[in-house]
Ligand binder design. Structure first.
Ligand SMILES: C[C@](O)(CO)[C@H](O)COP(=O)(O)OP(=O)(O)OC[C@H]1O[C@@H](n2ccc(N)nc2=O)[C@H](O)[C@@H]1O
Ligand SMILES: Nc1ncnc2c1ncn2[C@@H]1O[C@H](COP(=O)(O)OP(=O)(O)OP(=O)(O)O)[C@@H](O)[C@H]1O
Length: 304
C-alpha cells in the first residue's frame, strides 16, 4: 500500500524555526570609469570594487507557508519595490522550477544602517544577501554563477556582492576579475542630498569616453570617478564637502554618489577627521576589506 504523501513541507527546506543573522556590507567604487554606452542605454564601466566592514544586518527564517514577509519595512520603499522582497520572490520561482512540491517561504528582518542612494550599493547588497541566504536555507544548491546571473536582473551591483571578492569589474559591472587592493581605513561622509543613479547616467554632463584599460594594469592612483564631474556641477553640497575633505586626505565619490570616501592609514586618524566634520554631515568610519563578511557565514550554514 502506498504511503500518504506529506505535502506540508517543501522537499529540502531546512526548517529549524529560527532567525539566522546575515551581514549585508557596503561597497566602494575605488575608481569608476565610464568607457562607453550600450544600445540599450546602459553604460559600460570599468570599476574597482572593495567591500567595507560596515553594513546592514538581515535576519532570515525559512518557512513552509509560501509567503515572503518583510517584518521591518523600509521607510519610503514599498514592499513590492524592495529589493529584499524582489530577490526572495525571484528565488521562489527558481525553487518552483526545481520541482519543489510546496513553495518555500521566508520571514525577513533588516537592521538598515546604510544610507540609501549613497553609492554604497545597499539595496544591491541586501538583494545579494537574500539570494545567498535563501539558497542555503532552502537548500536549492544553485551555483554562485547562477545566483549572480539572477541578481544582475535586480541591479548591476548585485553580482559582486554574490561573489564576495574585491574585483575589477567591466561590462555593466558583472564581469569580475579578483583584485587585492590595499585595505585602508575610510571615513565615509554623506552630503545632505540624495542622488538617483538614473539621473547621473542620463545627464549630458557625464563623460562617457574614458580610455579602456587592461584589467591587470589598472593603476588605482591614476584613476578617478567619471560620475563625480557631473555630480559636482549639479550638487553644490557634494562639491563643498569634497573640497573640505580633500584638505585632510585623498577623497573621492563612490558610485553615482552622493557619499564621499576619504582614505587613511589608521582608524584613529579617520576618527580624528570625522570629529571635525561640518555640522549635520552623516558619516561613519570603516575598513576596506577584500572579502565580503557574508561569504564565511553562508559557507558555515551550507556545511550544516
Ligand atoms: C554606479 C554603480 O553603483 C557602480 O557600481 C552601478 O553601476 C549602479 O548599479 P545599480 O544601482 O545596481 O543600478 P541599476 O539598478 O542596475 O541601474 C539603475 C539605472 O542606472 C542606469 N545604469 C546603471 C548601470 C550602468 N552600468 N549603466 C546605466 O546606465 C540605467 O539607467 C539603470 O536603469
Ligand atoms: N532593500 C533596499 N535597500 C535600499 N534601497 C532599496 C532597497 N530596495 C529598494 N531600494 C531602492 O533603491 C534605491 C537605491 O538604493 P541603494 O541604497 O542601493 O542606492 P545606492 O547606494 O546609490 O546604490 P548604487 O551604488 O548601487 O547606485 C533606493 O533609493 C530605494 O528606492
Amino acid at each position: 500500500m502506498a504511503l500518504p504523501v506529506d505535502n506540508t513541507s517543501p522537499d529540502n527546506l531546512s526548517l529549524d524555526n529560527k532567525f539566522h543573522p546575515f551581514p549585508s556590507p557596503a561597497k566602494l567604487n575605488l575608481f569608476l570609469h565610464v568607457v562607453g554606452r550600450r544600445s540599450d542605454g546602459y553604460h559600460e564601466l570599468q570599476t574597482l570594487f572593495q567591500f567595507l566592514d560596515y553594513g546592514d544586518t538581515l535576519e532570515i527564517k525559512a518557512t513552509d507557508c509560501g509567503k515572503i514577509r518583510l517584518l521591518t519595512p523600509i521607510t519610503g520603499v514599498a514592499a513590492k519595490d524592495n529589493l529584499i522582497v524582489k530577490a526572495a520572490t525571484m528565488l521562489q520561482l527558481e525553487a518552483q522550477a526545481l520541482g519543489q512540491a510546496n513553495l518555500p517561504g521566508a520571514e525577513i528582518k533588516i537592521d538598515k544602517i546604510l544610507p540609501m542612494g549613497g553609492g554604497l550599493g545597499g539595496g544591491s547588497s541586501n538583494a545579494a544577501t537574500v539570494l545567498l541566504a535563501l539558497n542555503a536555507l532552502w537548500q536549492l544548491k544553485l551555483s554562485t554563477e547562477k545566483l549572480a546571473a539572477l541578481g544582475l536582473a535586480l541591479g548591476a551591483d548585485v553580482p559582486v556582492f554574490i561573489h564576495g571578492f574585491a574585483a575589477y569589474a567591466e561590462g555593466v559591472g558583472e564581469k569580475l576579475t579578483p583584485r587585492d587592493p590595499e585595505e585602508y581605513w575610510y571615513l565615509v561622509s554623506k552630503p545632505n542630498c540624495s542622488i538617483s543613479t538614473v539621473s547621473v547616467f542620463t545627464s549630458d554632463d557625464l563623460p562617457r569616453n574614458t580610455d579602456r584599460q587592461l584589467a591587470q594594469s589598472a593603476d588605482i592612483d591614476a584613476c578617478h570617478n567619471d560620475c563625480q564631474v557631473m555630480v559636482i556641477k549639479h550638487y553644490p553640497e557634494v562639491a563643498k564637502l569634497l573640497s573640505w575633505l580633500l584638505e585632510y586626505a585623498p577623497s573621492q565619490m563612490t558610485g553615482t554618489g552622493a557619499c564621499i570616501f576619504s582614505r587613511f592609514d589608521s582608524k584613529a586618524e579617520a576618527c580624528r577627521i570625522q570629529a571635525q566634520l561640518p555640522d549635520g554631515i552623516e558619516s561613519f568610519v570603516a575598513k576596506g576589506i577584500n572579502q565580503s563578511p557574508l561569504i564565511p557565514v553562508i559557507k558555515a550554514l551550507s556545511l550544516n
